[in-house]
Design a protein around this ligand. Structure first.
Ligand SMILES: Cc1ncc(COP(=O)(O)O)c(C=O)c1O
Ligand SMILES: [Zn+2]
Length: 368
Protein backbone atom coordinates (compact mmCIF):
# COMPACT_ATOMS: atom_id res chain seq x y z
CA UNK A 1 0.00 0.00 0.00
CA UNK A 2 1.12 3.53 -0.73
CA UNK A 3 2.52 5.37 2.26
CA UNK A 4 0.30 8.10 3.61
CA UNK A 5 0.30 11.24 5.70
CA UNK A 6 -2.45 12.23 8.11
CA UNK A 7 -3.30 15.82 8.95
CA UNK A 8 -2.70 16.70 12.59
CA UNK A 9 -5.56 19.18 12.41
CA UNK A 10 -8.48 17.66 10.48
CA UNK A 11 -7.42 14.01 10.29
CA UNK A 12 -7.58 13.80 6.48
CA UNK A 13 -5.27 11.21 4.93
CA UNK A 14 -3.11 12.03 1.92
CA UNK A 15 -0.91 9.86 -0.30
CA UNK A 16 2.74 10.87 0.09
CA UNK A 17 3.97 12.74 -2.98
CA UNK A 18 7.16 14.77 -3.51
CA UNK A 19 5.28 18.10 -3.49
CA UNK A 20 2.78 17.67 -0.65
CA UNK A 21 3.92 19.39 2.56
CA UNK A 22 0.76 20.45 4.40
CA UNK A 23 -2.95 19.75 4.40
CA UNK A 24 -5.31 22.06 2.51
CA UNK A 25 -6.77 23.00 5.93
CA UNK A 26 -3.32 24.34 6.86
CA UNK A 27 -2.57 21.53 9.31
CA UNK A 28 0.83 19.85 9.62
CA UNK A 29 1.20 16.26 8.45
CA UNK A 30 2.24 13.13 10.31
CA UNK A 31 3.10 9.73 8.85
CA UNK A 32 0.38 7.08 9.05
CA UNK A 33 2.09 4.22 10.83
CA UNK A 34 1.86 1.85 13.75
CA UNK A 35 4.35 1.94 16.59
CA UNK A 36 7.32 0.00 15.18
CA UNK A 37 8.04 -3.41 16.69
CA UNK A 38 11.52 -2.91 18.05
CA UNK A 39 13.98 -5.75 17.54
CA UNK A 40 16.98 -4.71 19.64
CA UNK A 41 19.03 -7.68 18.41
CA UNK A 42 18.81 -6.36 14.83
CA UNK A 43 20.58 -3.11 15.72
CA UNK A 44 24.01 -4.74 15.53
CA UNK A 45 23.40 -5.61 11.88
CA UNK A 46 23.97 -1.93 11.06
CA UNK A 47 26.99 0.40 11.28
CA UNK A 48 27.53 2.42 14.44
CA UNK A 49 25.39 5.42 13.50
CA UNK A 50 21.75 6.42 13.84
CA UNK A 51 21.06 3.89 11.10
CA UNK A 52 21.25 1.18 13.77
CA UNK A 53 17.57 2.02 14.21
CA UNK A 54 16.74 1.85 10.48
CA UNK A 55 14.15 -0.89 11.03
CA UNK A 56 12.14 1.42 13.32
CA UNK A 57 11.85 4.03 10.54
CA UNK A 58 9.11 4.07 7.89
CA UNK A 59 11.24 3.09 4.90
CA UNK A 60 10.72 0.22 2.50
CA UNK A 61 12.50 -2.67 4.21
CA UNK A 62 14.80 -3.19 1.24
CA UNK A 63 15.69 0.50 0.80
CA UNK A 64 19.47 0.84 0.83
CA UNK A 65 19.53 4.55 0.05
CA UNK A 66 20.89 5.46 3.48
CA UNK A 67 24.06 3.48 2.81
CA UNK A 68 25.26 5.97 0.22
CA UNK A 69 24.06 9.00 2.17
CA UNK A 70 25.33 8.35 5.67
CA UNK A 71 28.31 10.30 6.98
CA UNK A 72 28.30 8.44 10.29
CA UNK A 73 25.77 10.76 11.95
CA UNK A 74 24.39 9.78 15.35
CA UNK A 75 25.86 7.89 18.31
CA UNK A 76 26.96 11.15 19.91
CA UNK A 77 28.84 10.76 23.19
CA UNK A 78 26.99 10.89 26.51
CA UNK A 79 29.37 12.36 29.08
CA UNK A 80 29.15 13.20 32.80
CA UNK A 81 29.53 16.97 32.77
CA UNK A 82 31.14 17.41 36.15
CA UNK A 83 32.55 14.75 38.49
CA UNK A 84 30.74 16.47 41.35
CA UNK A 85 27.36 15.95 39.66
CA UNK A 86 27.36 12.35 38.53
CA UNK A 87 23.72 12.36 37.47
CA UNK A 88 24.06 15.22 35.00
CA UNK A 89 25.11 14.29 31.49
CA UNK A 90 25.71 16.18 28.31
CA UNK A 91 24.96 14.53 24.98
CA UNK A 92 27.49 16.01 22.61
CA UNK A 93 25.30 16.54 19.58
CA UNK A 94 27.77 18.88 17.92
CA UNK A 95 29.95 15.85 17.19
CA UNK A 96 28.09 15.33 13.94
CA UNK A 97 29.10 15.76 10.29
CA UNK A 98 27.83 19.36 10.06
CA UNK A 99 28.40 20.11 13.76
CA UNK A 100 24.80 20.09 14.97
CA UNK A 101 22.02 17.64 15.90
CA UNK A 102 20.14 18.60 12.74
CA UNK A 103 22.11 15.94 10.88
CA UNK A 104 19.87 13.36 12.53
CA UNK A 105 16.79 14.69 10.79
CA UNK A 106 18.47 15.78 7.58
CA UNK A 107 20.08 12.41 6.84
CA UNK A 108 16.76 10.61 7.20
CA UNK A 109 14.73 13.25 5.35
CA UNK A 110 17.12 13.37 2.41
CA UNK A 111 17.20 9.56 2.23
CA UNK A 112 13.40 9.70 1.91
CA UNK A 113 13.62 12.45 -0.74
CA UNK A 114 16.04 10.27 -2.70
CA UNK A 115 13.66 7.31 -2.46
CA UNK A 116 10.91 9.57 -3.85
CA UNK A 117 13.11 10.39 -6.85
CA UNK A 118 13.48 14.07 -5.96
CA UNK A 119 16.10 16.10 -7.88
CA UNK A 120 15.79 19.45 -6.05
CA UNK A 121 14.88 20.55 -2.54
CA UNK A 122 14.11 23.86 -0.87
CA UNK A 123 14.37 24.60 2.85
CA UNK A 124 14.33 27.59 5.17
CA UNK A 125 16.32 27.66 8.36
CA UNK A 126 17.88 29.68 11.14
CA UNK A 127 21.14 28.12 9.97
CA UNK A 128 21.85 24.64 11.26
CA UNK A 129 19.01 22.76 9.59
CA UNK A 130 19.89 24.49 6.32
CA UNK A 131 23.51 23.46 6.67
CA UNK A 132 22.54 19.86 7.34
CA UNK A 133 20.06 19.68 4.45
CA UNK A 134 22.62 21.29 2.11
CA UNK A 135 25.29 18.77 3.10
CA UNK A 136 23.14 15.67 2.66
CA UNK A 137 21.61 17.00 -0.56
CA UNK A 138 25.14 17.57 -1.91
CA UNK A 139 26.05 14.06 -0.90
CA UNK A 140 23.43 12.56 -3.18
CA UNK A 141 23.51 15.14 -5.98
CA UNK A 142 20.19 16.76 -5.18
CA UNK A 143 20.05 20.47 -6.04
CA UNK A 144 19.38 22.58 -2.96
CA UNK A 145 18.11 26.08 -2.23
CA UNK A 146 18.26 27.42 1.34
CA UNK A 147 16.30 30.47 2.55
CA UNK A 148 18.02 32.25 5.43
CA UNK A 149 17.89 35.56 7.25
CA UNK A 150 20.53 38.07 6.16
CA UNK A 151 21.41 38.17 9.88
CA UNK A 152 22.27 34.46 10.14
CA UNK A 153 25.70 33.74 11.65
CA UNK A 154 28.23 34.15 8.81
CA UNK A 155 29.87 30.81 9.64
CA UNK A 156 26.59 28.99 9.08
CA UNK A 157 26.06 30.78 5.77
CA UNK A 158 29.61 29.84 4.75
CA UNK A 159 28.88 26.19 5.56
CA UNK A 160 25.73 26.16 3.42
CA UNK A 161 27.59 27.83 0.56
CA UNK A 162 30.45 25.36 0.77
CA UNK A 163 28.02 22.53 0.02
CA UNK A 164 27.00 24.22 -3.21
CA UNK A 165 23.49 25.18 -2.18
CA UNK A 166 21.93 28.32 -3.59
CA UNK A 167 21.41 30.80 -0.79
CA UNK A 168 18.41 33.11 -0.69
CA UNK A 169 19.06 35.75 1.94
CA UNK A 170 15.79 37.33 3.02
CA UNK A 171 15.32 40.49 5.03
CA UNK A 172 12.52 40.02 7.51
CA UNK A 173 11.31 37.80 10.31
CA UNK A 174 11.83 34.04 10.48
CA UNK A 175 8.17 33.73 9.42
CA UNK A 176 8.81 35.91 6.34
CA UNK A 177 11.70 33.62 5.41
CA UNK A 178 9.55 30.50 5.74
CA UNK A 179 6.81 32.15 3.67
CA UNK A 180 9.30 32.99 0.89
CA UNK A 181 10.54 29.39 0.82
CA UNK A 182 6.99 28.02 0.78
CA UNK A 183 6.05 30.29 -2.11
CA UNK A 184 9.05 29.02 -4.10
CA UNK A 185 8.14 25.42 -3.21
CA UNK A 186 4.56 25.80 -4.40
CA UNK A 187 5.36 27.82 -7.52
CA UNK A 188 8.20 25.56 -8.62
CA UNK A 189 6.55 22.29 -7.45
CA UNK A 190 9.71 21.49 -5.53
CA UNK A 191 10.21 19.10 -2.60
CA UNK A 192 10.06 21.09 0.67
CA UNK A 193 12.88 19.65 2.81
CA UNK A 194 11.45 21.36 5.86
CA UNK A 195 12.58 20.26 9.30
CA UNK A 196 9.34 21.75 10.60
CA UNK A 197 6.75 20.35 8.21
CA UNK A 198 8.26 17.12 6.90
CA UNK A 199 7.58 14.36 9.45
CA UNK A 200 10.50 12.25 8.23
CA UNK A 201 12.81 14.73 9.95
CA UNK A 202 11.41 13.54 13.29
CA UNK A 203 12.15 9.92 12.34
CA UNK A 204 15.78 11.06 12.44
CA UNK A 205 15.64 13.11 15.62
CA UNK A 206 13.84 10.31 17.46
CA UNK A 207 17.13 8.38 17.40
CA UNK A 208 18.29 10.78 20.14
CA UNK A 209 16.04 8.76 22.48
CA UNK A 210 17.15 5.37 21.16
CA UNK A 211 20.79 6.27 21.72
CA UNK A 212 20.17 7.45 25.28
CA UNK A 213 18.35 4.20 25.98
CA UNK A 214 21.38 2.23 24.82
CA UNK A 215 23.97 4.48 26.48
CA UNK A 216 22.27 4.50 29.89
CA UNK A 217 20.82 1.04 29.59
CA UNK A 218 17.58 2.69 30.61
CA UNK A 219 16.14 6.18 30.84
CA UNK A 220 17.08 9.42 32.60
CA UNK A 221 14.52 11.16 34.81
CA UNK A 222 14.56 14.35 32.78
CA UNK A 223 15.64 15.83 29.48
CA UNK A 224 16.60 19.44 29.04
CA UNK A 225 15.51 20.32 25.48
CA UNK A 226 15.80 23.66 23.67
CA UNK A 227 12.76 24.42 21.58
CA UNK A 228 12.14 26.66 18.63
CA UNK A 229 10.21 24.53 16.17
CA UNK A 230 10.55 21.43 18.33
CA UNK A 231 12.46 19.03 16.10
CA UNK A 232 14.59 17.64 18.91
CA UNK A 233 11.80 17.89 21.46
CA UNK A 234 9.24 16.00 19.40
CA UNK A 235 11.79 13.53 18.06
CA UNK A 236 13.00 12.69 21.57
CA UNK A 237 9.43 12.38 22.79
CA UNK A 238 8.39 10.07 19.93
CA UNK A 239 11.50 7.94 20.42
CA UNK A 240 10.87 7.43 24.12
CA UNK A 241 7.17 6.71 23.48
CA UNK A 242 8.16 4.00 20.99
CA UNK A 243 10.55 2.46 23.52
CA UNK A 244 7.85 2.65 26.18
CA UNK A 245 5.19 1.07 23.98
CA UNK A 246 7.62 -1.75 23.24
CA UNK A 247 8.01 -2.22 27.02
CA UNK A 248 11.73 -1.60 26.84
CA UNK A 249 11.47 1.25 29.37
CA UNK A 250 9.11 1.83 32.27
CA UNK A 251 8.68 5.58 32.00
CA UNK A 252 9.07 8.43 29.56
CA UNK A 253 11.42 11.11 30.89
CA UNK A 254 10.15 14.50 31.89
CA UNK A 255 10.80 17.18 29.25
CA UNK A 256 12.18 20.48 30.53
CA UNK A 257 11.74 22.72 27.50
CA UNK A 258 13.92 25.80 27.11
CA UNK A 259 13.11 29.01 25.23
CA UNK A 260 14.76 32.42 25.09
CA UNK A 261 12.68 34.89 27.13
CA UNK A 262 12.78 37.36 24.24
CA UNK A 263 11.04 34.88 21.91
CA UNK A 264 8.97 32.49 23.98
CA UNK A 265 5.56 31.73 22.43
CA UNK A 266 5.48 28.23 23.92
CA UNK A 267 6.30 29.44 27.43
CA UNK A 268 3.36 31.86 27.23
CA UNK A 269 0.99 29.18 25.94
CA UNK A 270 2.12 26.75 28.63
CA UNK A 271 1.66 29.32 31.37
CA UNK A 272 -1.77 30.32 30.06
CA UNK A 273 -2.89 26.70 29.75
CA UNK A 274 -3.42 27.12 26.00
CA UNK A 275 -3.46 24.19 23.55
CA UNK A 276 -1.55 26.06 20.85
CA UNK A 277 0.90 28.97 20.84
CA UNK A 278 -0.11 32.39 19.55
CA UNK A 279 2.33 34.40 17.44
CA UNK A 280 4.64 36.60 19.54
CA UNK A 281 7.01 39.37 18.56
CA UNK A 282 10.63 38.27 18.57
CA UNK A 283 12.27 40.95 20.72
CA UNK A 284 15.70 39.82 19.60
CA UNK A 285 17.82 37.06 21.10
CA UNK A 286 21.36 35.81 20.74
CA UNK A 287 19.86 32.31 20.68
CA UNK A 288 19.13 32.47 16.94
CA UNK A 289 18.45 28.72 16.68
CA UNK A 290 15.41 28.86 18.96
CA UNK A 291 14.05 32.26 17.92
CA UNK A 292 10.77 30.99 16.47
CA UNK A 293 7.80 33.30 17.04
CA UNK A 294 5.16 30.95 15.56
CA UNK A 295 6.10 27.26 15.80
CA UNK A 296 3.92 25.31 13.36
CA UNK A 297 3.83 22.21 15.58
CA UNK A 298 3.04 24.11 18.79
CA UNK A 299 0.05 21.89 19.61
CA UNK A 300 2.16 18.75 19.47
CA UNK A 301 5.00 20.34 21.46
CA UNK A 302 2.70 21.51 24.26
CA UNK A 303 1.00 18.11 24.38
CA UNK A 304 4.33 16.30 24.58
CA UNK A 305 5.68 18.45 27.42
CA UNK A 306 2.43 18.20 29.38
CA UNK A 307 2.15 14.43 28.91
CA UNK A 308 5.60 13.96 30.48
CA UNK A 309 4.70 16.27 33.41
CA UNK A 310 7.36 18.55 32.04
CA UNK A 311 7.79 22.28 32.28
CA UNK A 312 8.99 25.26 30.25
CA UNK A 313 11.77 27.59 31.39
CA UNK A 314 12.66 30.89 29.74
CA UNK A 315 16.19 32.25 29.67
CA UNK A 316 17.39 35.84 29.64
CA UNK A 317 20.15 37.08 27.37
CA UNK A 318 22.76 37.57 30.12
CA UNK A 319 22.08 34.04 31.40
CA UNK A 320 22.89 32.67 27.94
CA UNK A 321 26.29 34.32 27.81
CA UNK A 322 27.34 33.35 31.30
CA UNK A 323 26.24 29.74 30.71
CA UNK A 324 28.38 29.63 27.55
CA UNK A 325 31.42 30.69 29.56
CA UNK A 326 30.79 28.09 32.29
CA UNK A 327 30.50 25.31 29.72
CA UNK A 328 33.73 26.43 28.06
CA UNK A 329 35.40 26.33 31.49
CA UNK A 330 34.33 22.69 31.68
CA UNK A 331 35.83 22.03 28.22
CA UNK A 332 32.74 22.28 26.03
CA UNK A 333 32.67 25.08 23.47
CA UNK A 334 29.11 25.47 22.22
CA UNK A 335 27.32 27.85 19.92
CA UNK A 336 25.40 30.63 21.65
CA UNK A 337 21.97 29.01 21.21
CA UNK A 338 23.19 25.88 22.97
CA UNK A 339 24.29 27.86 26.02
CA UNK A 340 20.59 28.46 26.71
CA UNK A 341 20.23 24.71 27.34
CA UNK A 342 22.79 24.84 30.12
CA UNK A 343 21.30 28.06 31.49
CA UNK A 344 18.00 26.16 31.67
CA UNK A 345 19.67 23.38 33.62
CA UNK A 346 21.10 25.92 36.08
CA UNK A 347 17.64 27.46 36.56
CA UNK A 348 15.82 24.14 36.91
CA UNK A 349 15.19 23.03 40.50
CA UNK A 350 16.25 19.43 40.27
CA UNK A 351 15.49 16.76 42.84
CA UNK A 352 18.34 14.99 44.66
CA UNK A 353 19.85 12.33 42.37
CA UNK A 354 17.65 13.35 39.44
CA UNK A 355 19.27 11.98 36.30
CA UNK A 356 19.30 14.71 33.65
CA UNK A 357 20.61 14.97 30.10
CA UNK A 358 21.52 18.29 28.49
CA UNK A 359 22.04 18.26 24.71
CA UNK A 360 24.98 20.25 23.35
CA UNK A 361 23.25 20.90 20.04
CA UNK A 362 25.67 23.09 18.08
CA UNK A 363 29.45 23.66 17.98
CA UNK A 364 31.00 26.86 19.31
CA UNK A 365 32.71 27.79 16.05
CA UNK A 366 29.32 28.20 14.39
CA UNK A 367 28.65 31.49 16.17
CA UNK A 368 30.69 34.57 17.01
C1 LIG B 1 21.86 24.87 18.04
C2 LIG B 1 20.38 24.71 18.01
N1 LIG B 1 19.76 24.36 19.13
C3 LIG B 1 18.42 24.21 19.15
C4 LIG B 1 17.65 24.39 18.03
C5 LIG B 1 16.18 24.25 18.13
O1 LIG B 1 15.63 23.28 17.33
P1 LIG B 1 14.10 23.34 16.95
O2 LIG B 1 13.85 24.68 16.29
O3 LIG B 1 13.87 22.24 16.04
O4 LIG B 1 13.34 23.23 18.23
C6 LIG B 1 18.26 24.75 16.83
C7 LIG B 1 17.48 24.94 15.59
O5 LIG B 1 17.95 25.44 14.61
C8 LIG B 1 19.67 24.91 16.81
O6 LIG B 1 20.29 25.26 15.70
ZN1 LIG C 1 -6.20 19.04 7.47
Amino acid sequence: MMEQYICNNCGKKHDITPTLWKCECGGVLNIVKDTPKIDVAAWNNYPNSLWRYFETMPFAKDSKTWESITMGEGQSPLIVLDPLELNTYVKVEYMMPTLSFKDRGAAVLIAKAKDLGVSKVIADSSGNAGTAIAAYAARCNIACEIYLSDETSPKKIAQVKAHGATIKEIQGTREDIAAAAQKAVDEGKVFYASHVYNPYFYEGTKTYAYEIYEQLNGVPDSLIIPVGNGTLLLGAYYGFIELFENRLIEKVPKIIAIQAANCAPLVSAYENGDATAALVTNKGTLAEGIAIAAPARSKQILEAVRKTNGIFIDIKEDEILSARAILADKGFYVEVTTAANYAGYIKYKKAPNEKIIIPLCGAGIKSK
